[in-house]
Design a protein around this ligand. Structure first.
Ligand SMILES: Nc1ncnc2c1ncn2[C@@H]1O[C@H](COP(=O)(O)OP(=O)(O)OP(=O)(O)O)[C@@H](O)[C@H]1O
Ligand SMILES: [Mg+2]
Length: 425
């Protein structure tokens, strides 16, 4: 009965499709809705929000709804408000008790937690400044100002490393010029923050990847080596010295290129195409292991520069008197993950709903999962569309949404996947 009444109230048209109905009313489990543009994802999310209120499963301040923009948050509040007002009128017309609706409409503006993730984090951190380790009177930096300060801090980090005599930094600047290096460092810094992982972990993982790739390239080359030597020899090259050289030495690739240039196609024995192919094979593979040490130490230098950037950026922001969005998200994640206050917040929130999940980055995903708890039971509801992801927007990775879809499919015990199908626009 309740479901039927709600179905009438949400949106102009009265019907839900069967899959929409499941997404709105099946509140026994968490759900990931992955569906195309105009299929009703946002409408369903609002419908479920209202159903949670209407059925008494949660009160206003027990549901966190995350939208992508401020405008979407305002629209969603508007839709919730008009439905509540409609319910109040319906109850009054039927002579039923409209007290609950009157109460909800009065409290909606101040108590509903419908906002962007940044606004949610800002509010959370402001509520618990001590626990979050932030200045209680912090102001929020405009993203453009934040990026200007990060660029300035990147330049200062480069200066600091040059003063320390860092040879990798000197080489990077000689190769690419200072402004491109500064841009690169600022970019890596931004990326690292949106993954939410410590910088040293990033250095460790990158170095491991480089080493692994070097080993794989070496193994691959070893498999092809006999054929490569035969092809060069068939082309008339003297391969003696090349075969004696250690593959890790920089001379190896130089000698290979020298020898290769002396090899010539020989009719019906070796073609120019085959010779080109081995040049490409060896160059690509050898680069991965010959330069592995240099790449590892360059990663270490870049991460060290990011650490100096971070300290300088903090100082430029008056030691945290002003915060940027990524900083607020990091503080919110730490608060939720590591503190008793975070535990209290998690207990207080019964349901977490997120729209446009394809544009969520790893750090934001962590915040959502911290809020929903592990396992999330029936508390989590996320909707998105893989096809609509704005690649790289503030570190957004469509892989984050795809990961959530996989999780939902793997564990039917607490989660479900729903595809709404048709487009209503
Ligand atoms: N079952 C339905 N009956 C009638 N209209 C519907 C139904 N479901 C959705 N709509 C309408 O279709 C339009 C698109 O819905 P909505 O904005 O919720 O889609 P969406 O999946 O969130 O789209 P996007 O991917 O662009 O965010 C809206 O006008 C909505 O009211
Ligand atoms: Mg939508």
């Amino acid at each position: 009965m309740l479901a039927m009444r709600l179905a009438k109230g949400v949106g102009k048209m009265s019907e839900w499709t069967p899959s929409q109905r499941r997404a709105v009313f099946d509140t026994d489990r968490s759900m990931v809705v992955a569906a195309g543009a105009g299929s009703g994802k946002t409408r369903v999310l609002v419908g479920r929000y209202l159903y949670l209120l209407e059925s008494g499963l949660a009160d206003l301040d027990e549901i966190v709804a995350i939208t992508f923009t401020e405008k979407a948050a305002t629209e969603m509040k508007g839709r919730v408000w008009s439905t509540i007002v409609q319910r109040q009128a319906e109850a009054e017309a039927c002579g039923e008790d409209a007290g609950r609706w009157r109460d909800l409409s009065r409290r909606l503006a101040s108590q509903a937690r419908i906002s962007t993730i940044d606004a949610f984090c800002s509010r959370l951190v402001r509520d618990y400044p001590l626990e979050a380790g932030v200045d209680p009177h912090f102001t929020v930096l405009d993203p453009l100002d934040a990026s200007r300060l990060i660029d300035q801090a990147a330049m200062e980090a480069i200066d600091a490393l040059i003063r320390e005599g860092d040879e990798n930094m000197a080489r990077l600047i000689a190769d690419f010029g200072v402004s491109r290096v500064a841009k690169g460092i600022a970019y890596v810094y931004g990326k690292m923050r949106t993954t939410g992982r410590p910088m040293q972990e990033f250095a460790r993982i990158s170095s491991e990847k480089i080493r692994r790739c070097a080993e794989e390239s070496k193994d691959g080359l070893a498999e092809e080596w006999d054929d490569i030597v035969d092809t060069l020899a068939a082309g008339g090259a003297d391969v003696g010295l090349l075969c004696a050289l250690d593959w890790d030495s920089p001379e190896f690739i130089e000698e290979f290129l020298k020898i290769h240039s002396t090899a010539q196609p020989v009719r019906s024995v070796v073609t120019a195409k085959e010779l080109d192919k081995i040049a490409k094979q060896v160059r690509e593979k050898a680069a991965n292991f010959v330069y592995a040490d240099m790449m590892v130490s360059t990663v270490e230098t870049v991460v060290r520069a990011c650490e100096v950037l971070d300290e300088t950026y903090l100082w430029l922001r008056g030691n945290g008197a002003s915060m940027d969005f990524a900083g607020l998200e990091l503080a919110a994640r730490d608060l939720l993950r590591d503190t008793d206050a975070g535990e209290r917040v998690r207990k207080q929130i019964k349901f977490v709903m997120v729209d446009e999940y394809q544009d969520t980055n790893s750090l934001q995903h962590e915040i959502v999962m911290e809020l929903a708890g592990d396992p999330p039971g029936n508390r989590l509801f996320i909707v998105g569309d893989v096809k609509q992801s704005i690649y790289g927007f503030r570190g957004a990775e469509v892989e984050v949404f795809k990961g959530a879809m996989d999780d939902a499919q793997m564990d039917g015990g607490y989660a479900g996947m729903e595809d709404l199908g048709q487009n209503f626009r």
